[in-house]
Design a protein around this ligand. Structure first.
Ligand code: CP
Ligand code: NVA
Length: 304
């Protein structure tokens, strides 16, 4: 049974196959979820992930069932494992957005159907597929291209770095001390296949010559109590026109959204001509459909 909890759950070839699937006409995928439900459980708010997943399920012939986290109550109303086993009898797939990554791991261990991580404190693999698809559309072949991520080394950054590494890109981080990747993490990403990996606390250096410049909020969902301290820690890490001018002249600006203008990015950049954030958001649908079609085909063949 194949699940998608983290980007490296797929090989480089499988990532490429899913990106190819994302660009195929919807009708060519058939209706692999015909007659099946897909549980979509959200412990946190969402716009893109909920809507793209619901529509992806519909486009594949299935029926999405949206559920708020408090309704199922992971480990409060009943154990995660009981929820996974019961839902496996109703649905062809279970997807969850959770605070603790351990919850999606436990769901996957107990379920008889594929489990998809729709964002945890650790990773956001569905976002990474949309990021990679968008970079491929904007930059052409990604092998040997440079992706720079400026800001907080968080769930989005980790999944982006992993998929970029699997696609053979040069990966650069510009992150302040205390909000960066440790040496073991850098080594792990390099070993996934990155052309190179570098990290600096000087964000302008991270973007020099980069083909895609990414950022994300400095205050992720669940970190709101630390908002002021975090905003101080990230001073100087705003992606602005001056920073973008250090990148490749044809570089694109990317953001998973929601964006906080004036903090991690200026309005001039995210609303300007180099920004592909809306295309990236729309690609959440195409990449989600591809991930679900891929997982369904793998569970039909009984592949472990
Ligand atoms: N990028 C992303 O996951 O957006 P939502 O939180 O709106 O789903
Ligand atoms: N890092 C952000 C991503 C939101 C899509 C968060 O976890 O809130």
């Amino acid at each position: 049974m194949r699940s998608l909890l983290d980007v490296p759950d797929m090989s480089a070839d499988e990532v490429a196959a899913i990106l190819d699937l994302a660009e195929r006409p919807i009708a060519s995928l058939g209706r692999p979820l015909d007659g099946q439900g897909v549980a979509l459980i959200f412990e946190k708010p969402s716009n893109r992930t909920r809507h793209s997943m619901e529509m992806a399920v519909v486009q594949l012939g299935g029926h999405p069932v949206y559920t708020r986290g408090e309704e199922v109550g992971f480990d409060t109303r009943e154990p995660v494992e009981d929820i996974a086993k019961i839902m496996s009898g109703y649905h062809g797939m279970i997807a969850a957005r959770v605070f603790s990554h351990a919850v999606v791991e436990r769901l996957a261990a107990a379920a008889d159907v594929p489990v998809v991580n729709m964002l945890s404190d650790h990773s956001h693999p569905l976002q990474a597929y949309a990021d990679a698809l968008t970079m491929r559309q904007c930059l052409g072949g990604l092998d040997g291209k440079t992706v720079a991520y400026v800001g907080d080394y968080n769930n989005v950054a980790r999944s982006l770095a992993e998929i970029s590494a699997l696609l053979g890109m040069h990966v650069r981080f510009g992150c302040p001390p205390g909000f960066d990747a440790d040496d073991a993490e850098l080594e792990r990403i390099l070993l996934l296949g990155a052309a190179s990996i570098e990290q600096t606390a000087r964000p302008h250096e991270a973007v020099v010559g980069a083909h895609a410049v990414h950022t994300d909020t400095w205050v992720s969902m669940g970190q709101e109590d630390d908002k002021e301290a975090r905003r101080q820690a990230f001073e100087g890490f705003t992606v602005d026109d001056a920073m973008m001018s250090a990148a490749d002249p044809a570089a694109v600006f990317m953001h998973c959204l929601p964006a906080y203008r004036g903090f991690e990015v200026t309005a001039d950049v995210i609303d300007g001509p180099r920004s592909v954030a809306i295309q990236q958001g729309h690609n959440r649908l195409h990449s989600a459909r591809a991930v679900l079609a891929f997982l369904t085909s793998r569970s039909e063949t009984g592949e472990a």
